[in-house]
Design a protein around this ligand. Structure first.
Ligand code: BJW
Ligand code: ZN
Length: 246
């Protein structure tokens, strides 16, 4: 590893007491999962207001579920990449490490990271649309036997346990994230940093004294707000940081 800023970042990672990483769709892109924005992004061919709002689901649950069923099938055929694997290793060897992800695909967990804080929920979990009181449940069957699926408790409609536009973040997840923002090093990787409140976590961590880093091949809304904006693909940069080469 010859790049001086990568070496400096690597040293920072090894010396930091508490490290928190926030990932976005770009971390799963090399696994073949489309991002949301950008030339091949999902929002180029699908309008978020038709598919990713509670109003859209209320109007046409079948359409929304068909989109989620298509994504579930695709994700099930994808594998974690070197970026996921590197972060899984960090989670195993760094004593105070927290991984927050905006991704709903479950690839961090499949790579071996436990305790992932799923900021926008999980495509593999469902919950009751009628809020009958049942806790969200996991259902990773592909395909689902019934579309739209039903709540096992009340027989009403089930919905994906994800966070749509206009919906609040689960307060338990938010509390755990807040605690993880008291860190020495905060890294954002593979996110355009345009969706709030996720994009604001960086600023909270910075205000509490963290050194902030962005890893992304493109400049983003966060680039000017971080201490170090590293332009590169997460699957290449992340594996270099903990295990520097010769
Ligand atoms: C690589 C790479 C490689 C490529 N390596 N990098 C103005 C108008 C309307 C609304 C708002 C507004 N201002 C704020 C809002 C609120 C809204 C919001 O932020 N909107 C903005 C878009 C304007 N936020 C919300 O509504 C949130 N809720 C909320 O605010 O609640 C308030 C409330 C309080 C109390 C009561 C009620 C309400 C919720 C946001 C939910 C977002 N949901 C989605 C869908 C999740 C489910 C699903 O997947 O189906 O989350 S949208 C989508 O965007 C998804 C993502 O998690 C999220 C972020 O996207 P991400 O990960 O950044 O992906 P991309 O595609 O944007 O970027 C990819 C990046 O990767 C790029 O930068 C590439 O360069 C990079 N990349 N290859 C590293 N190899
Ligand atoms: Zn129910």
């Amino acid at each position: 590893m010859h790049d001086p800023s990568i070496s400096a970042l690597s040293l920072r990672l090894q010396r930091a007491r508490r490290i928190t990483v926030l990932t976005g769709a770009g971390v799963s892109a090399p696994s073949g999962i489309p991002t949301f924005r950008g030339p091949q992004g999902l929002w180029r061919s699908h309008r978020p207001e038709d598919l990713a709002t509670p109003q859209a689901f209320g109007r046409d649950p079948q359409l929304v579920w068909e989109w989620y069923a298509w994504r579930r099938k695709h994700i099930a055929s994808c594998e974690p990449n070197a970026g996921h694997v590197a972060l899984a290793r960090w989670s195993q060897v760094l004593p105070c490490f927290t991984l927050i992800t905006q991704n709903v695909d479950g690839l961090h967990e499949r790579a071996g990271t436990s305790g992932v804080l799923r900021f926008h929920g999980s495509i593999w979990h469902l919950r009751c649309w009628d809020r009958c009181g049942i806790e969200p449940w996991r259902d990773d069957r592909v395909p689902l036997p019934e579309l739209p699926p039903r709540c096992p408790a009340c027989g009403g409609l089930a919905r994906p346990d994800v966070v749509w536009f206009g919906e609040p973040i689960d307060h338990r997840v938010l509390d755990q994230c807040q605690a993880a923002l008291d860190c020495d090093l905060f890294i954002v990787a593979g996110t355009s940093s345009v969706v709030y409140p996720a994009a604001g976590l960086l600023d909270v961590a910075a205000a509490r004294g963290a050194f902030t880093v962005e890893i992304n091949p493109e400049a983003t809304d966060a680039s000017s707000r971080v201490n170090l904006s590293w332009r590169g693909p997460a699957e290449q940069v992340l594996p270099l940081l903990l295990d520097p080469g010769p």
